[in-house]
Design a binder for this molecule. Structure first.
Ligand code: NDP
Length: 266
């Protein structure tokens, strides 16, 4: 049986590393693991050394078209196709430290883990869009020709966030405005990709609230989050892998899906 070939961006730490490690442990899988700085991706390097035929590191800085071209050229030469691409790399920049206390209609609590649109600079919005929206777009444009060479139904899955839900996000207790609007935009992008590309399985996914560096940055800002139950990267990755493996265009295409397989409001 020919292996399933994956490309995961942001694979050097957090959820991306956990997805890569779990996939690499399977005998029937080849993973191309994207990292913007392969030379400092020590855990990923160790994983690749321990499973050299399953894990191949490629340099991928989000939205960098040169990097993506070089990575795709290598994958084309090595295996000639991609079956599943997971656009996982994402960034939330530091919350403004001097935000005024903020209350919202839904959450009267005052907290420091909320960055309002007023307190967010236009440059912060631009930077979030570059990594979280332009990043997945560049990844899709680079990889689609190789996805079309898949012998199974090709899949392009975007790791988004519940923060990007227009229905549920605004008014949340903890929210970074620039991050949230960028995730709402990438949800739209993933849904457009579903409608524009016949045969492609494409949808945005919320990975759960996961114990990673990104989530720790919020917890450090807000005492009320200290006892909040975060899931492990292993559990998030296991959920994502299962949902992606069982996904079909008819069932999941163009939907907003959680790591546990449930549907989320847009
Ligand atoms: P981490 O901060 O742990 O990891 C982020 C990953 O994205 C790293 O590999 C990082 O690489 C990479 N990355 C960031 N910026 C760039 C860039 N410019 N170019 C290339 N790679 C980049 O975050 P998580 O693992 O928690 O997040 C993974 C995804 O899950 C993100 O899309 C995030 O928005 C989403 N998410 C996470 C949630 C959570 O609870 N943790 C909740 C909802 C969504 P580097 O090491 O080089 O910075």
């Amino acid at each position: 049986m020919s292996p399933t070939v994956y490309l995961i961006s942001g694979a050097n730490r957090g959820i991306g590393l956990a997805i890569t490690a779990a996939l690499a442990a399977r005998p029937d899988t080849v993973v191309f693991a994207g990292a913007r700085n392969p030379s400092t991706a020590t855990e990923l390097q160790a994983l690749s050394r321990s499973m050299p035929s399953n894990v191949h590191i490629v340099k991928l800085a989000s939205a960098d078209e040169e990097d993506h071209k070089a990575a795709v050229d290598q994958i084309k030469k090595d295996v000639g196709r991609l079956d599943v691409v997971i656009a996982n790399a994402g960034q939330v920049f530091a919350l403004p430290s001097a935000s005024p206390p903020l209350t919202t209609e839904k959450n009267p609590g005052i907290n420091d883990a909320y960055a309002s649109i007023f307190d967010t600079t236009p440059d912060e919005v631009r930077e979030h869009f570059n990594v979280n929206v332009v990043g997945p777009q560049v990844l899709f444009r680079a990889t689609y020709p190789l996805l079309k060479a898949s012998t199974a139904a090709p899949k392009f899955v975007v790791i988004s966030s519940l923060s990007g839900s227009v229905a549920l996000g605004p008014g949340m207790h903890v929210l970074n405005g620039a991050y949230a609007v960028s995730k709402a935009a990438v949800n739209y992008l993933a849904r457009m990709l579903h409608f524009e590309n016949e045969g492609l399985v494409c949808f945005p996914m919320h990975p759960g609230l996961v114990e990673t560096d990104m989530m720790k940055a919020f917890v450090a800002k807000d005492d009320t989050l200290k006892d909040f139950p975060l899931i492990s990267t292993v559990d998030s990755a296991a959920g994502i892998i299962k949902v992606v493996a069982e996904s079909t265009r008819e069932k999941d295409g163009g939907e907003f899906v959680s790591y546990d397989g449930s549907r989320l409001e847009w």
